[in-house]
Design a protein around this ligand. Structure first.
Ligand SMILES: [Zn+2]
Length: 391
């Protein structure tokens, strides 16, 4: 990127930091509250859009950060664009309001910077149900992950929702996600400050209470994998863990979305030992990667986290597994490193489409295993049955 492009991107960052006082309130329709230091007019965002986008456009600058400004206050399509947190929040409020019988919002806690964390519960009202918990965006820079949670929720869920509820957390690490939009595109951790250190942030996926602080987890606050001062030291981890603990009797599967490297992983990460139901998990993951490949030919690997990606401790899927959620999976979405975390927006749609097939496959398997289907499957080939149920 040339010096002028650099300058425009820097101007953009400064403008966004001016806007960092923006908070969203969910009680009524979308409202914006801006830091009192700045006196916004209704044209405020449009003025910024004019200054930055026009300059970027004229010089042909491709700066992914510009998306925040370009899209602020303007309804765009998340299938082809990454959404800022402001947009995701507005979208969450909108779908809950639009589908009051199917979707409800649950406040599970607040982030370190005191932003509310909302979980979406999706399900038909009747009867006792089993549930699947899915989270996206535990690592800030993995923007394709929140895109998938949005994609998942817009799907026609009629079939999926029979006898099954979903808890979906669209952005786990909200503070970090906002930071990755406004200050540092490659930010990974949350934004908690640490006593006696000038470094900021804990790796939330090293902060769960499972083999905490042992493997591939750092005790140094400046490291990318800093695991925090103790297990569940972070409000975000605590909020999710507390919710899951309360719902343990209903949650039967846990899915967590990351990028990149194209993999479907399952426990353990902290040990090379095999779990009690290793073969079962392996079969499900194998079917899921085959479902992915059937669409655009993309190859995903599958296996235990320790053996397939690298050993690590304090991770969410190992923790949920040890809590008794025997179907816990970590997805690593596209790509394999060409663009890495900066996956082009043109790949949002195909990535979400192929991952949706894998998730549907897992749901189907789970329904079979938990005997939740109205009928007994008579087909020997599960992949054939999958095609029939989810053409
Ligand atoms: Zn990640």
């Amino acid at each position: 990127m040339g010096a002028y492009a650099d300058l425009v991107c820097r101007v953009h960052s400064i403008l966004l930091s001016l806007l960092s006082g923006i908070q969203l309130f969910h009680k009524a329709d979308l409202q914006l509250k801006v830091s009192p230091a700045y006196k916004p007019t209704s044209d405020y965002l449009h003025v910024i859009k004019y200054i930055v986008i026009q300059k970027a456009h004229l010089t042909g600058i491709d700066c992914q950060h510009l998306r925040e400004v370009k899209d602020s206050g303007v309804a765009t399509n998340y299938e082809n664009s990454y959404y800022s947190f402001i947009q995701i929040s507005a979208w969450i409020a909108r779908i809950a309001k639009k589908n009051p019988k199917l979707v409800s919002r649950i406040h599970i806690g607040n982030t370190f910077e005191n932003r509310p964390m909302y979980l979406l519960k999706v399900g038909k009202p009747s009867g006792l149900k089993k549930a699947i918990f899915m989270d996206c965006g535990i690592h800030a820079r993995e923007w394709i992950s929140p895109s998938f949670c949005q994609w998942f929720l817009k799907e026609n869920m009629t079939d999926i929702l029979d006898n099954m509820n979903f808890y979906v957390l669209p952005v786990f690490n909200i503070d970090g996600y906002i930071w990755s939009w406004t200050q540092n595109r490659l930010w990974r951790k949350n934004r908690s400050t640490i006593s006696n250190s000038s470094c900021v942030g804990v790796d939330l996926n090293r902060n769960f209470n499972v083999a905490w602080g042992t493997i591939d987890a750092s005790k140094k606050p400046c490291d990318e994998t800093y695991c925090g001062s103790s297990a569940e030291s972070e409000p975000e981890t605590r909020a999710v863990a507390t919710f899951i603990r309360k719902q343990l009797s209903s949650i039967k599967a846990y899915l967590t979305m990351h990028s990149y490297s194209q993999m479907i992983l399952f426990p353990y990460g902290y040990s090379y030992e095999k779990t009690m139901n290793h073969e079962e998990l392996n079969e499900i993951a194998k079917g899921a990667v085959e479902a992915i490949e059937s669409l655009y030919g993309k190859k995903y690997r599958h296996g235990t986290s320790a053996a397939t990606i690298y050993p690590s401790s304090g991770c969410s899927d190992d923790w949920t597994y040890n809590q008794g959620i025997k179907y816990s999976f970590t997805f690593e979405l596209r790509d394999k490193g060409k663009h890495g975390f900066l996956l082009p927006e043109s790949e949002i749609k195909p990535t979400c489409e192929e991952i949706m097939l894998a998730v549907k496959f897992i749901i189907l398997e789970l329904k079979i295993l938990l005997s939740l289907l109205q009928y007994k499957p008579v087909l020997k080939s599960r992949s054939l049955m999958f095609l029939i149920l989810f053409p």
